[in-house]
Design a binder for this molecule. Sequence first.
Ligand SMILES: Cc1cc2nc3c(=O)[nH]c(=O)nc-3n(C[C@H](O)[C@H](O)[C@H](O)COP(=O)(O)O)c2cc1C
Length: 411
Amino acid sequence: MSSQSPLYTSITLPCGKSLKNRIVKAAMEENMAGDNQLPDRNLLSLYRYWAHGGLGMIITGNVMVDRHAMTGPGGVVLEKDTPIDSFERWAKVIRSGGALAIMQINHPGRQVFKAVNKTAMAPSAVSLSMGRFSKQFADTYAMTCEDIYAVCQRFVDTAVKAQQAGFDGVQVHAAHGYLLSQFLSPLTNQRDDQWGGSLLNRARLLLNIVCQIRACCGSDFAVMVKLNAADFQRGGLTLEDTKEIVSHLNKLGVDVLEVSGGNYEAPAMQGRTGDGQALNQHAYFVEFASQIAAIAQMPVMTTGGINREASARRVLEQGCQLVGLASALAITPNLALKWQQGSPQAEMPPRCTWQDKTLASLVTMAMIRRQLRRLGNDLSTQPAPSQLWSLLQDLRHRKKMTRRYHQFINQ
Ligand SMILES: Cc1cc2nc3c(=O)[nH]c(=O)nc-3n(C[C@H](O)[C@H](O)[C@H](O)COP(=O)(O)O)c2cc1C
């Protein structure tokens, strides 16, 4: 019965690669890199669960294009000179159950913890405003044109290496307030050169990166983009802006556009906006993605809050072609298989209930990352882990990862 649903039909992307169904594992930074910020045995064990979990496509957690700019201390780094044997093993594991293997590639811009990197480059010297947590973030400086060209080249180099390692494609992360999203947003991009001002100028870096990856990796490599439907902050990127960016991406042969939203200051990807806009609690961005799909010339996927098969079906009914799941797959890695087999509803992902919203967001992430580490160690997941213990464990793990990262940088 369930297998008759459009969720379980295949789809071929513009590059010619096919997914066996419409259910995609969205990117989740694992913060589990091994020595030298490379994928190791535990990371591969984690991905083996997803590889055999009935998914059509698996997008890795964000991989850093620059070892000096990290979203977290346990991030995987892939640069021009990085040896690729561990990445080859990673791609092989991901593809072992028939899913497409996509590497998400990212630069954090200003969203960097000071304990990891003291300074951070961004379109403009606008630091994060996170109340009493602001001091925890790196000091931001404005990029020169040379910095911008160099970062563009880094994205291209990382994509080329991902292709060499056997990945089916890359996803350029231009959402969630990281560097490319900072260029797009008028709140963080206050430049008055060709990289700032008009929306086309603010989108120039993203468009250049996509164009150059396509030119270097060829027409049969999947090039995907993750974009915010909006920043969900007053004065930030709007849905109309995003539609205009999509009209430019339409000309570049993008294979999939993933619609998300928010950033560290306004974490809409966790269902909370900064401007009071209400989100659909069963699929946060589905109404936005539906409007974007109406003008997009590539398949559209949306991620955020989707934990039930009925919500996933509704996403397709509203005009999207793919459905992204993240935290639900940290608890039930074979959720897609369970849905397809008509199994009873799986556990909901844990959410922190604390009053302080920033702390609650950190604890929710900590609880989910703890499940990723458990899977990496072949332990069963916990749908309702202790909030305080998860936070303490996460802090201890981050400390260990930070120490190891600094050894790597200083070697
Ligand atoms: C632990 C964790 C790590 C994440 N890391 C990334 C990431 O590396 N790249 C990204 O685009 N989104 C990342 N996200 C956001 C998810 O991809 C997704 O957009 C968000 O969690 C909402 O989807 P969900 O409700 O299915 O979890 C992360 C989410 C979690 C919980």
